[in-house]
Design a protein around this ligand. Sequence first.
Ligand code: FES
Length: 145
Amino acid sequence: MPLNVTINGELADVSQIDPDTPLLWALRDHLGLVGTKYGCGIAQCGACTVWLDGDPARACQLPLGQLEGRSITTVEGLAGDALHPVQQAWVEHDVAQCGYCQAGQIMSAAALLERNPFGKWMSHVHSRAFGETSPTRTSWMNLWR
Ligand code: FES
């Protein structure tokens, strides 16, 4: 039986993968998208966060067979020709510590800013504190574009 999902904007036939396989393992072991990480496997840590139809979701808890026709975005698909503003801010601020769960954090932060005017407010606060031409302000401004 065909099983098609859109992954990072590309239609993918994943019918050769056991439909009980969690999306996390389909991405990592079958599709080579290893940016999404395994942490706990029980929807607690967020390391495996992807977007499911634009909303953050725990890939460790999503059986592939339930995703027919759905759209998945991984951290690899978040950037276009350049880094996503959240990824750029991550770099500018040296956010990564061990870096293991940062993909999940980036996906969650980007999803939050997609639907929240906080980025606009944060840019205003930053420009008042550091000036209009700060590179960091530019990153914040890009967050809500
Ligand atoms: S691996 Fe921890 S929430 Fe999925």
